[in-house]
Design a protein around this ligand. Sequence first.
Ligand SMILES: *[C@@H]1O[C@H](CO)[C@@H](O)[C@H](O)[C@H]1NC(C)=O
Length: 286
Amino acid sequence: MSHMRVAVFLYMTIFLLSLISFPGAAGNFISDVDIKWGNERAKISNAGQLLQLSLDRDSGSGFQSKQEYLFGKIDMQIKLVPGNSAGTVTAYYLSSMGPTHDEIDFEFLGNVTGEPYILHTNVYTQGKGNREQQFYLWFDPRTDFHTYSVLWNPQQILFYVDGTPIRVFRNAEGARVPYPKSQPMRLYSSLWNADEWATRGGLVKIDWSRAPFVASYRGFAADACVWSGGRSTCSAASKRSWWAQSLDSTGAQRLKWVRKNYMIYDYCHDVKRFPQGFPPECSLSD
Ligand SMILES: *[C@@H]1O[C@H](CO)[C@@H](O)[C@H](O)[C@H]1NC(C)=O
């Protein structure tokens, strides 16, 4: 009997250690995030493997990562609000704090049944955004979980959908564009009412008879440099995998395919908005 106990004890110890020593492995919402908004509208289930946000007439809901990161590769599988999600927005983003904050945004703008979601993206550096790019997706994001990722290293920020790069924001400090490299960011996600603007520019309102609206999350993985005590620490494995990663030729081809077939807006092509010339980072984009 005591052999059994020792074996079980060792097994448990090894299991627990494995959780600690592989930060890139899929996380657990119970230990990795805090529900910050909406009370019981945000629910964690399946022993921490599933998180669901909901929105009703009274409130939306949201969560944030417990940890802050300075550079990293963050993955999340999301299944967006099914059916008629017009007027809802599901935001999934990294952000630092304060008036000169940095931010890397995915926002999913809902639509009526059968019409496409829009994936809206933006990058803020030192408090300044206005760098929108928007896309349709090559699948319906309400029927299944898909993986949405940010790869953020000192040279560039890459946005991925199911491993396909959809956007790159390159470090353009050489052209005096600030780059996010010193403020730690947390991961945030929320589901809220944005029917003032989200669907067909605000023309389509939320159908409250369909509430509550629910978005589902699983597979949160942060292979990232964790901020603590005023500095960030990266594992050697992280440094090997994404720290120096940039688009390879396959990635560049995929990005081109997305931009050609699914992009609906790029601030870097909006002549009306920038009659005096495009922002300097635009010469490094795509
Ligand atoms: C919703 O569907 C309409 C009609 O197909 C489309 O013009 C619009 O871009 C779609 N998405 C959003 C978020 O408005």
